[in-house]
Structures are given as C-alpha cells and as structure tokens.
Design a protein around this ligand. Structure first.
Ligand code: ADP
Ligand code: MG
Length: 385
C-alpha cells in the first residue's frame, strides 16, 4: 500500500493513478470533506499531529508521498523514521520555506529573482536597491495560489502593509522580491527515480490571474534554445536537491531570453494536469512510480493541449444550464471536477483540458470556453506558433 499526505485534488489523482497500477492507497487528510479520503482504501481523517493516526498510517503503508509542500515537517520526519518518504523530509523542509528554498537555489548557482530576507517588517522603510519598487513581499511559509503576497509600489505601501500585518497573526520572516516584467511564465516537470534516472516533460506556458493559475498551454510558444535552457535549469534544480519524485520548476522568461526560477514544487503541479490527457504517462502515475520504486514512464506529448482551471463560482457555470452540454459537445474537451463540496472564491474546483491536432485548435476551443465562462471578455488573439 502507498500513502499520500493530503487528499485534495492532487492526492485524489495520485490515488486514482495508484489504483490503475494495482496499488492500494492510504490517504491522510485532516479535512473530513477532502475528496481524496473517498478514494482511499485506508482513509485517515485526523490532524497531522495526531500520534495515533501516525502509527495507523505508517503501519499500513510501504512508502509515502505528499500532495503539497505545506504538510508539517514534523509529520514528514516522523513518517520517514519508519517508512520511505519521497521526496525526503529534508527536501520538503527546504522547499516549504521560501527563504530557505531561495538560499538553496542560489547556493547551487540556479538563477533566481533578486530578493532580500526581511525578518522584521516593522524596521523596513525602503527596499534595497537590488530589489527596488515595485516589489513583492511574500511570506516565507504557507503561501500558495498567490496567498501571503503583497505588491508594494511605494514607501506608502510598506507602511500600509506594516499596519495590516501588525493587526493580523501573520508572522515573518518574509522575502522581498523584485517584480519582474517577464515575457512569459513557463514551468517544467522533472521526474527522478530512486535509480537516479530522470524524465523531463515538455516546457509549458502558464498564465496567472491575481496569483492563481488561469491556464496552461503546451507546448510553450518559445524558441528551441529557451526550451533547452528551461529543461536544463529544471533538471539542475532537481539534481541539486538529489530529489526522488515529481518536481515542478516555475520559471520567468525575460524579454532578453534570461530565465529565472520563481519557485519549485516537490510534487505534481496544476500546470502538469494536461499530462493526464495529453501524455503517455501522467505526472500522477510518475509520482506513483517514484514512490513505489518502479521504472519511470515515458513523458511523450501526444498532442497540443490547453488546460483551463475552473476557479470558485466558475464551476457552477460549467455544471448548470447550457454550459455543461456545450462543453460535453466540444471536440477534444476533457472535463475534470474535483468533487469539492464547498465552492469558495479562488478555490480550484476543477479543470478542462482541450486537446487539439494543432495548437491553434486547442487554443480556439479554450478561448471560446473561457468567453462562455465569463473568464474572458472577448477572444484573445491566437498564438503565433
Ligand atoms: P505561489 O506559491 O502562490 O504560486 P508564486 O511566487 O509562484 O507563489 O507567485 C504566484 C504568481 O505571482 C506567479 O506565478 C506570478 O504570476 C506572480 N509573481 C510571483 N512573483 C513574481 C515576481 N517576482 N515578479 C512578477 N510576478 C510574480
Ligand atoms: Mg507558484
């Protein structure tokens, strides 16, 4: 039996992939409504610091992974003391702290966005010249989907943020990071097995809205040298970590072709959901393979794809009224709903992957869908590639 910490959509998709390969799955999630619990052979619905749950969980599994990096490090370490955890608790600890992650990456010569550590925000008056305005203040811990981030345009915004944080429970440290006027956001999935073999998925292009992923298109509309450099950097990151598992490296592509690593996820990633429908082996099946210690799979892209997230109320526009039959009628559209009971603003509720014979076909279908969804006011111009 394989174990996964976290039973959100990523943990659920891990369970589905594991079942397909014949493994049983234990899912541990403190939220009784976590969709992954319903998919588990052994559901563990207890807080992550529950000692009895730890014994029950570790006793039932041969190897464990996690669906996101904000799992308590102490739980990861306690599990690793008895069973194999992939990626390791050391890697989780480095990555779950933005500051440590950045220090790790820069110490290994990986190009990252200029930043400074801020341990006492109250003492800050202006960002150092290496960062400047505009800049982003990000919490070192527990940020995701753009949460725990503030954009600062002027000293006035620093004062405002100081007041806001003084009244909240938000604790430092923070990183202060230069806002980059990037051309594109890219990401690269790297899979690395226990035998140190690796696979690199195609480079994808991501569009975010208010810090949350809106869509992913693959292949990215970039030149071959950019693809090669992005894949080279992503592999260098995973090799520096000596990671075993699935990793996603997020990158910013600057107008002059420079690439900076934004952040690294030690797990399957939203920008890799297209692999479920458009690749020979999905990122979740690779996660299963890395945890189980069996050979990795092929990462071939079978056709171009565009993945559109369903965020918050958008799901009701897809499942109610005309939206549902219209989507089901769309050639190449694959709908994935996550089974979350509660719709909340900014919550990822599902996604649709549009497969096309050509990039233009997938792009056109995804655009039409977004216009219907109300996520786009009007059609965006088609990609040049
Ligand atoms: P999260 O953990 O929430 O994904 P990220 O650091 O990846 O945090 O930020 C979310 C998004 O915000 C990024 O994908 C990007 O669109 C934007 N962003 C983050 N940092 C920068 C930056 N330094 N310059 C410009 N945009 C940024
Ligand atoms: Mg990110």
């Amino acid at each position: 039996m394989l174990g996964v910490l976290g039973g959100g959509q990523l943990g659920s998709m891990f369970a589905t992939a594991a079942h397909r390969l014949g493994y049983r799955v234990a899912v541990w999630d403190p939220d009784p409504n976590a969709p992954g619990l319903g998919k588990a052979d052994v559901p563990v619905n207890r807080p992550f610091d529950d000692a009895t749950a730890l014994v029950e969980f570790t006793r039932s599994v041969a190897a464990v992974t996690y669906e996101w990096e904000n799992i308590p490090a102490a739980t990861a370490r306690a599990i690793e003391a008895t069973v194999c955890l992939r990626p390791s608790a050391d890697i989780l600890t480095t990555i779950q702290n933005r500051l440590e992650q950045k220090l790790f990456l820069s110490s290994h010569g990986i190009p990252i966005v200029p930043f400074v550590e801020v341990s006492a925000l109250g003492a800050l008056s202006v960002p150092p010249s290496t960062v400047g305005f505009p800049c982003l203040c990000k919490t070192a811990r527990s940020g995701y989907d753009g949460k725990g981030q503030w954009r600062l345009e002027s000293p006035h915004d620093i004062e405002r943020l100081q007041e806001e944080l003084a009244q909240s429970a938000s604790a430092g440290p923070w990183v202060l990071e230069r806002v980059l006027a990037f051309d594109k956001e890219l990401s690269v999935l790297v899979v690395r097995g226990a035998d140190k073999e690796h696979r690199i998925y195609p480079v994808v292009e991501n569009q975010h809205e208010t810090g949350i992923l809106r869509l992913t298109r693959v292949p990215a509309d970039v030149d071959r040298p950019v693809v090669e450099r992005a894949q080279h950097i992503a592999l260098a990151v995973v090799e520096a970590l000596d990671g075993i598992g699935v990793f996603c490296v997020e990158l910013f592509l600057m107008p002059d072709g420079t690439l900076y690593v934004n952040e690294v996820a030690p797990r399957p990633h939203n920008s890799g959901h297209y692999t479920l429908d458009a690749c020979t082996v999905s990122q979740f099946e690779q996660q299963v393979r890395t945890v189980a210690g069996v050979p990795l799979g092929e990462v071939r892209l079978l056709c171009p794809a565009v993945m559109v997230n369903l965020i918050g109320e958008e799901i009701t526009r897809v499942t109610n009224g005309e939206g549902f039959p219209a989507l089901l009628r769309t050639a190449g559209a694959k709908l994935h709903l996550y089974g979350k009971r509660e719709v909340r603003p900014r919550r990822k509720m599902g996604h649709v992957t549009f497969l096309g014979e050509k990039t233009e076909d997938a792009w056109a279908a995804a655009n039409e869908f977004q216009v219907r969804l109300g996520a786009l006011d009007r059609e965006k111009s088609p990609p040049t590639a």
